[in-house]
Design a protein. Structure first.
Lengths: 156, 762
């Protein structure tokens, strides 16, 4: 039994220690917003925040999350930056199939939280771990700038 | 009965949506509508598809008591935006306010809804008119109801923005006020239905990003194939034969059963080759959660039988393809006398190109859930072909079709992979072993990449002659590629009409002597449709070769190309051998060289073709007709000293006829561009000992953000005449790889004839 602090609540998870956080949260706790994409930390579809930092939950054992603050996409809209990122994604029309976008939004939120005005190179570096097979990358860049502007009060 | 599943409606999270009373409180259009939908029998377009099209409003529209509208979409959403675009067409003609519309997803039921196969870039071109008619019919009913209520002639009222207005008496009624009466009104004669004037459109053809799904997609509430849940659900992964035709000789699941949470180890019945869309068999490990199933499979022991395809090896196969392409093969099309042209020519040029297998790798690997309960089979699946999946599932479960329901979830990408029901029927097989409990089959990424229905592999051999004026006088193209028909038939070795007419035999050039040949080759793995299909290899070879010919002729590639297209003319596809033209009527859809020329001119002009570029940079273009649309692409690239490739700019122009949802056309071009660059640079599945060598995104690399062009501009080109709707989802892909390689040639002088580019630039 492992206790994690998920989206503001303590949750007890009855799962073996090596079970990745992704499957613990999806299958055991039943929150399905976080997606499975590769199981090797290569695609970013499963990105969550652990103590504010983006992690790949498909390769993070639940034991490593014990006592940690975990934020998933379901609660991201409660954060100012997360909400701005989600709104920018909709405004710019980023999603195509949408499957990777929760992970993209989690990564972009982490970026803008630590760096409110990223340049193109910083965006490419920070978002390099998130694959979008539909190829929405150009709109992802645009949406990150849009969210950055709106957070600075200069929404266009 | 199945209310414990959370998958009924996708659209409820849209911002600004006013909560409806829900399906049970909805007034369905079930009134005494007698008008016939019968149209004269046609064998093309939507009518040529199994089940045809439907436009009966009672199938697609329900008005709730609060005036909100439920619009049912029957096509699968996989990123093309069709759930939004088709619903917007209905809303437009109804004069409904999009913010008060909700989009529902139809279950798979071809007899009821018409054809639901979401492939071939045809959802909008087959369903635009039926959905317009549907919306306009509903508006006519609502107007009639309002007029009757006010006691005024119908011609004096008009619907506008979710209300009906009687201007003479300055009365106005919201749709909500009319819900109680519209049901008793009979349908109008379809001939009397008035369509909106395009001048009054608020959604069709307009720039907006209205989406039924964007909010839920970025909030984690959108439901994909793996997101349905119920108490007591079981989770499975399957060990599948590593080689086509291999089967289970024996297995030992004792270690797997020791893994905590593993419930059962069981065989999945597989179909013999050619296996069509059926599962290829294997051993399933069923558990209480996905992780336990994965851990159980790691210690599962299976002995696989040998197979005639054990020796499939990609490098040797490449050589055999190229060898086959160097010799005469089955004649597909012949015009004039190529050999005479070659012998008289001032100059001839020969090139052979190779394109490997590629995997679809949608971000959502195949996944589905099935439940057998109370003599009823219910399925939740991300499928492009709901009816086919339903039919095969019913058969596998021994259930009648009417007791088999398939709920279509969002697809986390499809690209052709999810037209096949193999993964759905695996879930059915497990559900049979766990009656009363929902059974989920989850493919891992390794399963997805190793057991895909791969894009074909091909050798493309081209020869051409140039006359004294530098014009192409003869053209020989041999294409050698395993056919998709090998999925269904006993070892066919030639491409079918639907493959050769994807850029091989239907070339629209003004060349007097043409010979198109198709030497034979067998398939050694499952070959499937990949977004734009055979247009990828054919387009790459043809567009690369024309650039090479321009170089040989010492002419500017653009002028050379325009010359090759000849006079503007409409070619009847029947002139091409087996004139298959994406299932469309040749009279309505000629191949129009003027439209090809137009998109090429727009793209090159917008890209600044001919301008001086910094050292190390180059520009290349390609233009391709497919899915009855015309797309040109110009790429500007830089190759750094270490061989690193940077795509600075992509300029695309598309003429897809009338535009319904411009933003989604643009987004499809952007996505096609990135996918095209990816398949050109790193896309390769290679085989060794009969099995795919790649397994995940470390060795099967798809584009990441840094490989995307620094900018993509998409130009939506107005056709200069009245034309029919064209496709959008696929036709953006074929011109990208050749435009990229033509640009690389311009930048470096290095000609790429073998994909992927890989480390050829280092």
């Amino acid at each position: 039994m492992t206790t994690i602090h998920l989206n503001g609540q303590d949750r007890e998870v009855d799962a073996p220690e090596d079970m990745p956080l992704l499957w613990a949260i999806r299958d055991v706790l039943g929150f399905t917003g976080t997606k499975f994409g590769c199981g090797m930390g290569l695609c970013g579809a499963c990105t969550m925040h652990m103590d504010g930092a983006p992690i790949r939950s498909c390769v993070t054992p639940i034991s490593a999350a014990a006592g940690k603050k975990i934020t998933t996409i379901e609660a991201l809209g409660r954060q100012k930056v997360g909400k701005a990122v989600q709104e920018a994604w909709v405004k710019v029309g980023v999603p195509q199939c949408g499957y990777c976008q929760c992970g993209q939004v989690m990564s972009a939120t982490a970026l803008l939280t630590s760096n409110p005005s990223p340049n193109e190179e910083e965006i490419e570096t920070s978002m390099a771990g998130n694959i979008c097979r539909c190829g929405t990358y150009n709109r992802i860049k645009t949406a990150i700038h849009t969210a950055s502007d709106s957070l600075k009060g200069g929404a266009k | 009965m199945f209310s414990d599943f959370s998958i009924v409606n996708h659209g409820t999270d849209r911002r600004g949506f006013i909560k409806s009373v829900g399906a049970t409180g909805a007034l369905l259009f079930t009134a005494n509508w007698t008008w016939a939908q019968d149209k004269p029998a046609k064998k093309y377009g939507g009518e040529g598809m199994p089940g045809g099209t439907k436009s009966d409003p009672k199938l697609f529209v329900a008005i709730n008591y609060d005036g909100t509208i439920d619009i049912t979409v029957t096509r699968s959403e996989m990123g093309q935006g069709i759930r939004s675009s088709l619903a917007l067409v209905v809303a437009e003609e109804m004069e409904a306010d999009w913010n008060r519309c909700r989009v529902l997803q139809a279950v798979g039921d071809e007899a009821k809804y018409g054809n639901q196969n979401t492939d071939g870039s045809r959802s909008m071109r087959h369903w635009y008119e039926p959905m317009r008619q549907c919306g306009a019919t509903v508006r006519a009913i609502i107007e009639a109801a309002a007029a009757a209520g006010w006691g005024v002639p119908i011609r004096e009222v008009r619907a506008s923005k979710h209300s009906v207005i009687h201007a003479l008496s300055r009365r106005k009624a919201d749709f909500a006020e009319l819900v109680g009466v519209v049901g008793s009104f009979e349908s109008p004669d379809p001939i009397s239905i008035r369509y909106k004037s395009p001048r009054t459109y608020r959604y069709i053809g307009k720039e907006h990003t209205h989406s039924a799904d964007a909010v839920s997609m970025v909030s984690g509430t959108a439901i994909y194939g793996g997101d349905t849940r119920s108490a007591g659900m079981v989770y499975a992964v399957v060990a599948r034969p590593p080689v086509l035709g291999s089967t289970v000789e024996s297995f030992d699941g004792s270690e797997a059963l020791k893994v905590k949470g593993v419930l059962k180890v069981m065989p999945i019945e597989g179909a013999a080759v050619p296996s069509g869309f059926k599962p290829i068999g294997g051993i399933a490990v069923v558990a209480e959660n996905t992780w336990a199933a994965i851990k159980g499979r790691e210690v599962l022991k299976v002995d696989w039988s040998s197979s005639p395809h054990d020796s499939y090896e990609s490098e040797a196969h490449r050589q055999s393809l190229e060898e086959a392409s160097s010799k005469p093969g089955k004649l597909v099309r012949s015009v004039g006398d190529v050999e005479a042209a070659f012998s008289k020519a001032k100059k001839t040029h020969v090139a052979t190109y190779y394109l490997p297998h590629i995997a679809h790798a949608p971000m959502e690997p195949p996944v589905s859930t099935a439940l057998l309960r109370n003599n009823f089979l219910e399925i939740w699946a991300p499928t492009q072909a709901p009816q086919a999946a339903r039919t095969e599932a019913a058969e596998r479960a021994g259930m009648p079709l009417e007791k088999t329901r398939i709920n279509v979830t969002l697809l986390g990408g499809g690209f052709g992979r999810k037209s096949k029901a193999d993964f759905i029927n695996e879930a059915v097989e497990i559900a049979k072993a766990f009656p009363g409990r929902a059974a989920r089959v989850q493919w891992t990424r390794e399963d997805d990449i190793r057991h895909d229905y791969f894009h074909t592999v091909s050798g493309e051999h081209l020869e051409a002659s140039l006359n004294r004026r530098g014009k192409v006088s003869g053209w020989l193209h041999r294409s050698v590629a395993p056919t998709i028909a090998s999925l269904f038939g006993p070892d066919p070795k030639h491409q079918q009409a639907f493959e050769t007419n994807m850029g091989h035999s239907n070339i629209p050039f003004a060349i007097p002597n043409v010979r198109i040949e198709n030497p034979e080759v067998a398939a050694h793995t499952r070959i499937g449709w990949f977004r734009s299909v055979s247009n990828i290899p054919h387009g790459f070879a043809v567009q690369s070769f024309i650039a090479e010919l321009a170089e040989e002729a010492g002419r500017d590639p653009l002028r050379f190309y325009l010359d090759l297209l000849g006079d503007d003319r409409e070619i009847n596809p029947d002139e091409f051998k087996d004139g298959w033209n994406h299932g469309e009527d040749p009279k309505k859809y000629p191949v129009d060289t003027g439209r090809l020329k137009n998109v090429l001119n727009v793209a090159t002009k917008e890209a600044g073709w001919g301008k001086r570029l910094p050292k190390g940079r180059g520009m290349g273009f390609a233009v391709h007709y497919s899915f009855v649309s015309y797309v040109a692409a110009v790429l500007e690239v830089e190759v750094e000293k270490d061989g690193n490739l940077i795509v600075h700019k992509a300029t695309m122009a598309i003429d897809c006829g009338p535009r319904i949802n411009p933003d989604r056309i643009r987004s499809q071009m952007e996505g096609s561009c990135v996918m095209g660059i990816g398949l050109a640079t790193t896309g390769e599945i290679s085989f060794e000992n009969g099995s795919a060598k790649q397994s995940n995104f470390h060795d099967y690399q798809v584009p990441r953000i840094s490989l995307a062009p620094k900018s993509i501009s998409v130009h939506l080109v107005d056709p200069e005449k009245k034309v029919e709707l064209g496709g959008v989802g696929e036709p953006g892909v074929p011109p990208i790889a050749p435009a990229l390689c033509n640009a690389i040639y311009a930048a470096t002088g290095k000609r790429i004839r073998r994909l992927p580019i890989g480390d050829q630039l280092a």
